[in-house]
Write a protein that binds this ligand. Structure first.
Ligand code: ADP
Ligand code: MG
Length: 558
């Protein structure tokens, strides 16, 4: 029985475990550490997860879903063939696969997971994440904020130097900036800021737009598949620019070749908005914690987009501090989640670390301002309060003989309730109350996982408690059962040879991206490979895979 840590990323996910020898990466069924957070359905109706599904994003866009973490906790649905799935359900499929692979890798049952989530994740998103684990039949008691996990991994490597750190996590779809104080085994998040709609994806999009503009391609004339090919090449070009000063991007559409030469200066120019947005949360986090960059022990960079030299130098320019890039930005969060799972299972080798989180946004209710006759916010919990936290405010009757009162609960910083995010409402009955007399008190409690509990108490001392106000979010047991049954029905193609599937999907993708003659050659090679897979013996199959893989490598580097 083991407890593992999972970094459930927008782009990639990763699992780790804490053993007597320290924290270890868990490899998936393909022998890789990172499992792309991509889910698809294959031609036989089997569910596929990870690399194989990612390869099919271009060739089978209608049967594949990616980046669904961006809509966690919302009603947004993704179509996989005829069926529709929410982000939560797709995440549950990813979790199921990761746990299955971990069980195989470790040779033991997994009885619990610790999952990391962006610090900026709101209440709905956190609940949806925990329920995704539940839907996959996995126990998840504890969520850990991604930056806390990164800081934990950093401190674990750097002998726990006390001090204040900034963690900048710039991933595929989210940016999280956190200020963390570590003192005497207590890790305290003192401020967080972020943008859950900013990530590496935005650079890809900037390159995509620039490519189309330079080549006179109009977005509306492109098919979904063509767009996907250009998009994929945009990302490849961006990644190339992390190691080379200049990259040439070329795409073949209808046998015509379109290209673009790009260097990092040009990238900064076309993506200047992304850089500008990058600075905002950094400024906010420093302001909220009343710190200057030079007060920081280190700026720790994590997330795939921090591998971009333009990002590192931009951060150095705006803060005046050289960021630390010596921890692996791909695995830091996963490692932190693993270390935390070790702490949770009370591993002897790990010192007990107390982690305190904060509530990243203010929470309150709308109230009627009698003087201006407008609805305004009454904040009950202030942004950056330490978790768990609880606060109460009293409210008064608006009119004579009021017997009912409704509280709309909002999250956000605006004084105008409408501009904030409504989490839900709760109505209670109360004894007839005179105008301006006490009618009820509202207590908001944010628990250690950042889940909101609302208690409303009337003058008779009767309390109504809700874990979450929005009924759409917290699924009832019955609803959970129904969704679970639906997900349980899914057939996973584990019995299939995943390596073979990956090679076929990869070949199909390269075929779509290639020129006519190369395409013909690839098609012949793919057919031969399929024949070898169908009729070959074990040795022949292994040899065919090796050869076909090398063949694809050569074709892709052309
Ligand atoms: P998430 O936590 O959102 O899953 P990651 O931290 O794995 O995301 O980062 C994924 C993003 O990082 C993608 O947008 C990807 O293009 C980008 N990325 C990964 N490696 C590199 C690299 N070497 N250079 C530039 N960007 C990279
Ligand atoms: Mg991440």
């Amino acid at each position: 029985m083991a407890i593992i840590g999972i970094d459930l990323g927008t782009t990639n996910s990763l699992a780790t475990i804490y053993t007597e020898d320290g924290v270890k990466l868990i490899r998936n069924s393909m022998g890789k550490a990172l499992t792309p957070s991509v889910v698809g359905v294959d031609d036989d109706g089997n569910v596929i997860v990870g690399d194989v599904a990612k390869e099919r994003l271009i060739s089978h866009p209608d049967m594949t879903a990616a980046e669904f973490k961006r809509t966690m906790g919302t009603d947004h649905e993704y179509s996989l063939g005829k069926k529709k799935y929410s982000s939560q359900q797709l995440s549950s499929i990813v979790l199921r696969k990761i746990v299955l692979d971990a069980k195989e890798f470790l040779g033991e049952e997994i009885d619990e997971v610790v999952i990391s989530v962006p610090a900026y994740f709101n209440d709905k998103m956190r609940i949806a994440t925990k329920q995704a684990a539940e839907l996959a039949g996995i126990k998840c008691e504890r969520l850990i904020n991604e930056p806390s996990a990164a800081a934990l991994a950093y401190l674990h490597e750097h002998e726990w130097k006390d001090g204040t750190y900034m963690v900048v996590d710039f991933g595929g779809g989210t940016l999280d900036v956190s200020i963390i104080d570590s003192f005497d085994s207590v890790m305290e998040i003192i401020a967080v800021a972020g943008n859950n709609q900013l990530g590496g994806k935005d650079f890809n999009e900037a390159i995509y737009r620039h490519f189309c503009e330079v080549n006179g391609l109009s977005d509306s004339d492109l098919t979904a598949e063509e767009k996907a090919i250009i998009y994929r090449m945009s990302e490849t070009t961006k990644i190339a620019l992390s190691t080379t000063p200049m990259a040439v991007m070329s795409v073949v559409l209808h046998d015509q070749k379109y290209s673009l030469a790009l260097d990092n200066n040009e990238l900064i120019r076309i993506a200047h908005e992304v850089f500008e947005k990058l600075y905002e949360p950094i400024k906010k986090a420093l302001k909220d914690s009343r710190l200057r960059p030079q007060d920081l022990e280190a700026i720790v960079l994590v997330g795939g987009s921090c591998k971009m030299p333009t990002v590192v130098s931009y951060l150095e320019k705006v803060t005046g501090v050289k960021p630390c890039v010596d921890i692996d930005s791909d695995t830091a969060i996963g490692f932190g989640a693993g270390i935390y799972s070790g702490i949770k299972s009370k591993n002897q080798n790990l010192k007990e670390v107390v982690m305190t989180d904060i509530c990243p946004f203010s929470l309150g209710t709308s109230t009627h301002d009698t003087k201006t006759d407008e609805l305004i916010m009454s904040f009950i919990i202030e942004r950056n309060s330490m978790l768990p936290c609880s606060n109460m405010k009293d409210y008064y009757a608006l009119y004579e003989n009021q017997t009912e009162v409704k509280f709309d609960i909002f999250q956000g910083e605006s004084i105008i309730p409408e501009n904030n995010i409504k989490l839900g409402s709760i109505s209670i009955k109360c004894p007839p109350t005179k105008k301006h007399d006490f009618i009820a008190s509202a207590r908001l409690t944010y628990d250690i996982n950042g889940i909101l509990i609302v208690d409303i108490t009337n003058a008779d001392k009767e309390t109504t408690t809700r874990t979450l106000l929005d009924n759409n979010v917290r699924l009832s047991e019955k609803e959970m059962e129904l969704i679970k049954a639906k997900l349980d029905q899914l057939r996973f193609s584990e019995e299939k040879d995943e390596e073979q599937e990956l090679l076929i999907s990869r070949a199909e993708r390269i075929i779509e991206e290639s020129l006519s003659i190369q395409r013909e050659i690839l098609m012949v090679a793919l057919r031969d490979f399929k024949v070898a897979m169908k009729y070959g013996n074990t040795v022949e199959k292994r040899k065919a895979k090796e050869e076909f893989s090398a063949f694809l490598d050569r074709n892709e580097s052309d």
